[in-house]
Design a protein around this ligand. Sequence first.
Ligand code: AMP
Ligand code: MG
Length: 709
Amino acid sequence: MPAPVLRAAILVVSTTASKDPSTDAAGPALQSVFETDGDGKWSVTATQIVSDDEEQIKTQILAWTDPKNKVDEQVNLIVTTGGTGFAISDITPEVVAALIEKPAPGLVHGMLAASLQVTPFSVMSRPVAGMRGRTILVTLPGSPKGAKENLQAIIKMLPHACVLAAGMDSRALHSGGVKKLEKEAGVSAAAHTHSHAHGHSHGHGHGHGHGHSHGHGHGHGLVRHETPSDTPSTSRLVSNDPSLGPTRRNRASPFPMISVDEALGRIEEFTPDHRRVEKPVDEELVGHVLAEDVYAAEDVPAFRASIVDGYAVVVPTTKDSQDTKEPSGTFSGIFPVVAVSHAEPGDEEAARVLSAGEIARITTGAPLPIGANAVVMVESTTLVSKTDDGTEEKEIEIRAANVHDGDNVREIGSDVRKGQIVMRKGDKITAVGGEVGLLISAGVQRVLVCRRPVVGVLSTGNEIVDHRTGLSDRLRLGQVRDTNRPTLLLAAKEWGFETVDLGVAEDQPGELEQHLRDALRRVDVVVTTGGVSMGELDLLKPTIERTLGGTIHFGRVSMKPGKPTTFATVTVKEAVTAAPEAPATERNVRPIFALPGNPASALVTFHLFVLPALHKMAGESTRGLSKVPVALSHDYVLDKERPEYHRAVVSVGAQDGVLRATSTGGQRSSKVGSMHTANALLCMPAGAAPLKAGAKVDALLMGSIRSGQ
Ligand code: AMP
Ligand code: MG
């Protein structure tokens, strides 16, 4: 029986080699092992280089093990090289383990045993081996020498394993027992120090392997690795399963990195629309956006009122004046003062009827006597005679030109007419624009507005010390004072939102869940900080997704600071009536922003992502910080990969009126002080070279612009 030619693929896992394939020496080293030690049984049909990236490794392996519609591209053996050490970026064994359906610890033992003969440092390799479908997967170390020696340790045994794995006829292979296998492979128990153990595990594998092509462990007492459908990245749930422990978690974030614009788009899409609420017209209305057009309930003024202090008169109408010899508009003569009208309600004399030739003293804003049609200012008059007691005017002389019907009179409804629109849906009630006064003056008592969301802020972390209760305590090793909660509560308040202090949650799944459930009952938007990095205590994403059944819309953003910013929504049932006999409920969507723990990151991402969502829920048409172009006042070093939101002070030049931005200094995300004095976030692009002084960038304004020199 001619030896079958087995198809092998080599996967080089190296971020360096993926950028410059010429640096790869491990791939060629393995190729030569197949050629020189493979007894002509192997054909290396593919070699690929990927970086230390879960997705890339997985995608390439799956292309070889599960090729779509191309069974002939399926390979018998995949050896990976690289990423098996203890460095943080070393993830190959975990990625491969997640793909393995049947582990083959014997191959691992074989490799380790052989390489321990060479160096005790072999314990620093963490190989895995096993089967996926008909393919055998083996991870080899990244050093060309180590990779070569490990492959050499097992290559003689591999053809047999591959033949069985591929489901080829193995009866003939079996008939001679282990001895025959050893002979065929050119190995023997005596020649191979560790082949005794090998022989056993082989035999065992044979006994159980047939007929059980998938899914079962081999009774070795080993924990079977996850099948791909159970791994986080291929199921609907993306977050890490905290119960898996550190060795089986994703070592790189399973969330795709998206751009800031894309993140803002998702926030806009998934943040619920504003809800409407009726409110009385008073100072509490400030900050709200109207949810309806508002009509004047009354005329303003409600009566004919004088605009000046003076005398209400009856001037001839245009028709009357044609009969006189006086030039049109001249109003002169001596008139008796028959009444006084003050700006006081219920003044009896105000109701008096004035006839032509009579006048009434009147104060600003007072109602005109019936019959009066104009007011002459006091400055255009002289006193002619007094009453007998000398306290009141009796007669007044008026000499005034250009007096016409309606002069100095505010007609009923001339400022605001009853039924007229005074404010429109979408208009904002400010504290400085007089909107509350306008509504009050128009007799509007209640208005429909967009409800302003209530924001809850929760800090997370076992190390976090409450700023109220623990402020005077000396910090123990590892403890950190809670700066994020007070900072974000104050920022939210400053932007006009009601806030709820949700305290600190420890990094324990149950505790976090309890805090979040409680928060979802009490507030409209939950903002948390911490617990979104890649550490084992970073439980926010799994708790939101796996325990609360929420949807994570993004979990990683290409930005600095703030990369792990997470946005999710959870649907909650909410009672809409207080009546106990009719507990009607409504489904409501609550956004959760899980911001990074580093203080500068938390505040930057609050402004960048949380604020636009709050604005949307509050019905505001302009969302987030306003953007202005500014000139850099000095050179800025850029981040090579991610756009940066650089904390800066923007001031306006006193001479040239140009807006200039000066950095607040060190921008490390843990640095609380980088926000201090900042009134803007500069939108710096990613780039290798610094941006020069004078370059124009966009600035997002958090506070008012300073006056500069
Ligand atoms: P984490 O994302 O939880 O790993 O947090 C990242 C860093 O931010 C750690 O150094 C935390 O100690 C720190 N941190 C987290 N929460 C807060 C907080 N509320 N106040 C100050 N620092 C924090
Ligand atoms: Mg933490």
